[in-house]
Design a protein around this ligand. Sequence first.
Ligand SMILES: Cc1cc2nc3c(=O)[nH]c(=O)nc-3n(C[C@H](O)[C@H](O)[C@H](O)COP(=O)(O)O)c2cc1C
Length: 213
Amino acid sequence: MELQTRSEYSRGQLEAVAASPMSQLQDWLADAERSELSRGPATGDFNAMCLSTVSDNGQPSARFVLLRGLNQSGLHFYTNYLSRKGHEIEANPRAAATFWWPELQRQVRVEGIIERLPAAESDEYFHSRPRDSQLASAASPQSQIVESRLQLELMVEELAVAHPAEVPRPNHWGGYCLVPHYFEFWQGRPARLHDRIAITLTDGEWLTTRLAP
Ligand SMILES: Cc1cc2nc3c(=O)[nH]c(=O)nc-3n(C[C@H](O)[C@H](O)[C@H](O)COP(=O)(O)O)c2cc1C
């Protein structure tokens, strides 16, 4: 298989970023949401980020998760604490997240340390989800081998019968916050001479530098 397509990047440029990298990320997420909405019914994937974690023997692994919240302390997402990523995070909280918005020709890289969100925040988010999502995330032993699709569906059904009203949030499902110490904002430019602005937390201050593409 040959993959020889070559896109030309000419949709924008990046001269300066906001004083706070979180604000810059918020601005770019808002642009990505607008751009997604302008393409028709939202698919909701503008907030998908590739989350990279590392096992205790140094093996990196990556998967997409949805960014569910963002504030000055960090990037929030929700998952199963007993999943592969959950085990990796508990053993080694250093992680990275990457966004790619093709229609804007922008990439953002974030590196930091992951902490669990307080249980009350996880409760609030869990109970804001549709019942089907609550049941699936509570019943599914994420990342474990299952015998069949049917076994999985039976687990969900059993849980639904056990909890006809409210589904309780299991202790093993909840939120994490990626507390960042490094950001890179990347804007594609013509002829591969892209803009890259790095923002690094140095002695409590965000330091901005430009990197070669
Ligand atoms: C666009 C997209 C968004 C996803 N969002 C989440 C999420 O927010 N939380 C989650 O646990 N899994 C999410 N998943 C599934 C994960 O990619 C992954 O399959 C799952 O979390 C198990 O990963 P692990 O075995 O490395 O722990 C998403 C997948 C895609 C493609």
